[in-house]
Design a protein around this ligand. Structure first.
Ligand SMILES: [Fe+2]
Length: 363
């Protein structure tokens, strides 16, 4: 079962009557709770806006699978060993990378994939080398970009090249000194300039390996923005290669959900809401595909809320994947709740999920 917002016909509210159901605006924000008195002032306000209610929508059950952790670490390890400590990338190294690309594509093929980058990063604590962090980020961005591209209809070679561009997008960061990449405070002008060179450095490193022009463009353009406010060339709109537009969204999401020397990681729902709000910086079509492909809280995952309550995800609104319906298992004091109690995050707007644990559903 999914919960969806259904638009109500205009003029259905009668003066001095109670709201027959919870009412929302188009973004899912609660306007009126069920039973609230509809005064003339409220009726006039609502008459000029679109009003929605929540409806359940029965869908075929989709079995979700998490991205295999062993395979994930194999890909990170192979990338690290291929590119560790090199100045120029060779065509042999690119061919070896193709194995990782095939692993990723094969894993996401026709499957609903859950990727919990936070739990994967826990393993990273034992690795201190800065380029290891770059490779973990590269693998996350490659998986997220491939999922988004699949949603946009990418197949075959086109999907492979996109994933290749994603896995190589930050290769130029190998040239950025560790102290600058991990500086806890704000960057100076000259340090920021060095960071801004990494798309160009990456492109130069790959040119030697004779990769396809589309991949060179992707690497060079992944920090360009739809609005024209990106770097290194300030390209805007469709002048940016579509592969680079896709990778840009995955790149920002993965950066927001990772700990940085100057801030803690954002929870996935917060990062996704920030991306959805960045409509000027990203192609809206790409944002929508990213949102659809990101499986944040699969059905039956166990979640912990900021209130301390714990429960199971029972339904996810198609349009608002960050606000599922949760069946309460333990209250905020850790006491088991033995009768059916639900927390609807579409209504409880101050509650949010801080932790998820997910087990693969049986196929
Ligand atoms: Fe980058």
């Amino acid at each position: 079962m999914n919960l969806v917002l259904e638009k109500l016909p205009q003029g259905f509210l009668f003066f001095e009557k109670q709201a027959p159901m919870d009412l929302f605006d188009a973004r899912g924000l609660l306007l009126l709770t069920r039973g609230q008195l509809v005064t003339e002032w409220i009726r006039e306000r609502l008459a000029s806006s679109e009003v929605y209610t929540l409806k359940s929508e029965v869908k075929t059950v989709t079995h979700t699978k998490s991205f295999p952790k062993d395979l994930y670490w194999d890909i990170v390890g192979s990338l690290w060993s291929i590119y560790h400590d090199v100045g120029l990338i060779t065509s042999e190294q690119i061919s070896k990378t193709m194995v990782s690309i095939e692993w990723i594509i094969n894993e996401i093929k026709d499957k609903c994939i859950y990727i919990d980058t936070n739990s994967l990063r826990v393993d990273l604590a034992s690795f201190k080398e800065h380029d290891y962090c770059t490779f973990v980020h590269a693998v996350n961005v490659a998986i997220l970009s491939a999922l988004t591209a699949r949603e946009l209809g990418y197949k075959g070679q086109r999907l492979r090249y996109l994933t290749m561009g994603a896995i190589l997008h930050d290769i130029g960061k190998i040239k950025v000194p560790y102290e600058i990449l991990n500086k806890p405070g704000p960057l100076s002008k000259s340090e920021f300039y060095i960071i801004q060179q990494h798309p160009l450095e990456g492109e130069a490193m790959l040119r030697n390996a004779e990769v396809l022009p589309s991949i060179l463009n992707t690497v060079r353009q992944h920090h360009e923005r739809w609005s024209g406010n990106g770097y290194p060339n300030g390209l805007s709109g469709s002048r940016i290669h579509l592969d680079a537009q896709i990778i840009a969204v995955a790149d920002v999401y993965d950066a927001l959900t990772a700990d940085r020397p100057y801030r803690k990681a954002l929870p996935p729902y917060h990062a996704l809401e920030m991306i959805l709000a960045m409509e000027k910086d990203f192609n809206p079509m790409v944002i929508q595909a990213f949102r659809k492909s990101l499986n944040l809280y699969p059905k039956d995952s166990l979640v912990t809320l900021n209130t301390g309550e714990r429960g199971l995800v029972v339904a996810v609104p198609t349009s608002f994947p960050t606000r599922p319906l949760v069946r309460l298992l333990f209250d905020r004091n850790g006491k088991y709740v033995d009768k059916d109690t639900y927390i609807d995050l579409m209504c409880e707007l101050t509650s949010f999920i801080i932790e998820t644990s997910f087990r693969n559903s049986k196929a």
